[in-house]
Design a protein around this ligand. Structure first.
Ligand code: OGA
Ligand code: NI
Length: 246
């Protein structure tokens, strides 16, 4: 397989203003929208090297995630770079999750059950177990055992839509430990805000018609209050709301 097109992974000194975790502009596309939402990263003063370290980390995560997208494209019988255009002005970001220990882990929410909404998640976790995935066949929660120097890759909702359910995003949650704090660092590969996420023409036909209506990614990002760390009474906007005949 060839190298990733350098146009999509910018060298550190040429990173665009709206690149990973620096800032995200979610502009107006729909004429009914009045507002532009812009998110800026807040860098702590200490430790002083944190900003540079994470920018460097994000750069490598981008590269890895795009490589994985190439493999996914090939597995679907598509040209390796099929998905790259969606990430030219990507809205990807990194979250640092800290889960303090809790003497009654069953009574608290670590990270509530959810699916990652973006394309792919590349998650680094430390050696403290906590992440669980829901097995589709029987609904059981299965622990993802931490392996040293290994990343966990989650397929997100966006891939599920692009490939019309050939891949499915996985439901997961995090349980707390009674005596150990846990850290994780997911990198979320998100497309450009102007992307209309919809099943690819190449993967749909009369026998396999599109299962989703187009969903504008910027709008989805700007309107959704993600539920990972909240117990919400009402369901927020989820990609399955764009499922046809749902
Ligand atoms: C997330 C998530 C899992 C973990 O941040 O979306 O699922 O192990 N994190 O912290
Ligand atoms: Ni998640």
């Amino acid at each position: 397989m060839g190298e990733i097109d350098p146009a999509f992974v910018q060298a550190p000194e040429h990173r665009p203003k709206l690149s990973v975790i620096e800032a995200e502009g979610i502009p107006v596309i729909d004429p009914d929208d009045k507002e532009i939402t812009e998110w800026y990263n807040q860098w702590p003063e200490f430790p002083p090297e944190m900003r540079e370290t994470f920018q460097e980390y994000a750069y490598h995560m981008e590269k890895l995630a795009l490589k994985l997208m190439e493999l996914i494209a090939m597995s679907l019988g598509l040209p390796p770079k099929q998905f790259h255009g969606f990430f030219k002005d990507q809205t990807s970001w990194i979250r640092l999750n800290y889960y303090p220990p809790c003497p009654n882990p069953d009574l608290v929410l670590g990270c509530g059950r959810h699916k990652d909404s973006g394309a792919l998640t590349v998650l680094a976790q430390d050696e403290v177990p906590g992440l669980e995935v829901r097995r589709k066949s029987d609904g059981e929660w299965v622990l993802v055992k931490p392996l040293p120097d290994a990343y966990i890759i989650n397929v997100g909702d966006v891939i599920q839509v692009w490939c019309n359910d050939a891949y499915e995003s996985v439901e997961h949650r995090v349980m707390l430990s009674a005596d150990k704090a846990r850290l994780s660092y997911p990198f979320f590969l998100f497309p450009a805000h102007y992307t209309n996420v919809q099943p690819l023409e190449e993967l749909t036909d009369e026998q396999n018609p599109p299962k989703y209506r187009p969903c504008n990614w910027g709008k989805f990002l700007a309107t959704g209050k993600r539920s990972n760390f909240m117990k919400l009474d009402v369901e927020n906007i989820q990609i399955h709301h764009f499922r046809i005949n749902n």
